[in-house]
Design a protein around this ligand. Structure first.
Ligand code: PEP
Ligand code: MG
Length: 366
């Protein structure tokens, strides 16, 4: 049972008195959300919804959705997924009890959703009333040489908007149900992944706003919500002023930002990178500790550009670096509002945020 007690709890309460950064957790399961709260998280900074789609009860419908060549077919499959997602979000809202919950719309590397084995292909074909050869063609059309640089993140929501519409509906319906049950409406923070261009956020946001209007009209009730974006590509940093015009918040995805700034695969970081660190070519593993010179410079540019347009723009970080003390020090110096890390790193993050604040790390001129 994760629970802070005794001297440790006292130490944490001292840390909380001096820190400026808010601490959130990356969580998508009820267990993670519960653990995060017990460790003192002040909200969820990243709920990765793609993880929810791998549940054995859902993966069949997910495959039908992605393999269907018609919008109608995709919508039929999405209708099967809606009740699952609504339950997912209602449970998170219940556990977080009014604390902020940032829900990121689907961001899969597409290949993880594609049927690969013959029997998987046959099953999808049977559900869709398609023939096996057509399904093999579709799977081949959708498969990519570089899925991590391909049809993922908002690119999926731009090309298949019905996916994000289903998720937005699930979020709003769950929020309204939670408001009815508890008397307290959650304020969902809906986050769009892998944005590189303002137009991507504009388009996906328009779908979210449209669904919000529909659900509020059906329920006879409105709730507040935010729509923001991950900033995890160099181009997003460099055009953050334009993107800020259509974003309520930014959250830095420093895993992808490190990958794309260095041109270094995050999935192969164990290969030659340790040699680089050993030889001092790089001072530290940039996937563990935020690289201040490259990735950090881009974060500063994005902050300046974003807050230049919206001085109160809420800024957070949700890459792995959000739980690393040296990186948290950097986040303090840039003036982010919160860091979001894995639930078990929340106590470390609370302490690191306090140390950063005590070190007077806020560079007010930066
Ligand atoms: C990131 O890229 O830093 C991030 C938080 O998103 P993910 O790790 O899910 O790509
Ligand atoms: Mg990412």
């Amino acid at each position: 049972e994760p629970q802070l007690s005794g001297d440790f709890a006292t130490l944490m309460s001292w840390a909380d008195k001096v820190r400026r950064l808010h601490i959130r957790a990356n969580a998508e399961t009820p267990l993670d959300a519960d653990t995060a709260r017990k460790f003192g998280a002040e909200g969820i900074g990243l709920c990765r919804t793609e993880h929810m789609f791998f549940d054995p009860a859902r993966i069949g419908a997910v495959r039908q959705m992605i393999m269907s060549e018609s919008e109608g077919g995709r919508r039929d499959a999405l209708a099967k997924l809606l009740p699952f997602q609504r339950d997912d979000f209602r449970e998170l809202f219940r556990i977080m009890a009014g604390l902020p919950v940032t829900i990121r719309l689907l961001d899969p590397p597409l290949h993880e959703f594609l049927p690969h084995r013959e029997e998987e292909l046959a099953e999808v074909a049977a559900h869709l009333g398609a023939d096996l050869a057509a399904m093999k063609r579709r799977a081949a059309d959708l498969s990519e040489a570089n899925p991590m640089l391909g049809h993922r993140g908002c690119r999926l929501g731009v090309t298949y908007p019905e996916i994000y519409e289903m998720q937005a509906r699930a979020i709003f319906e769950a929020a309204i149900e939670t408001a009815k049950e508890t008397g307290k409406a959650p304020v969902p923070e809906i986050m769009i992944p892998l944005v590189a261009a303002k137009k991507e956020l504009e388009l996906t946001r328009a779908h979210v706003d449209k669904v919000a209007k529909e659900v509020f009209a059906e329920a006879g009730q409105t709730i507040e919500y935010l729509v923001g974006t991950m900033i995890e590509l160099p181009r997003a940093c460099l055009t953050a002023d334009a993107i800020a015009e259509v974003a309520d918040f930014f959250s830095f995805g420093t895993n992808d930002l490190t990958q794309t700034t260095f041109g270094l695969s995050r999935d192969d970081a164990g290969k030659f990178l340790p040699y680089y660190v050993e030889k001092g070519i790089l001072p530290k593993d940039p996937f563990v500790s935020l690289d201040p010179d490259g990735v950090g410079a881009l974060v500063r540019i994005a902050k300046d550009k974003g807050r230049g347009v919206k001085p109160d723009l809420k800024l957070g970080i949700c890459g792995e670096h959000g739980g690393d003390p040296a990186s948290i020090q950097f986040c303090e110096s840039v003036g982010l509002d919160y860091v979001s890390c894995s639930p078990y790193r929340v106590p470390v993050a609370r302490l690191a945020a306090a140390q950063a604040a005590l070190a007077g790390a806020v560079d007010r001129t930066a």
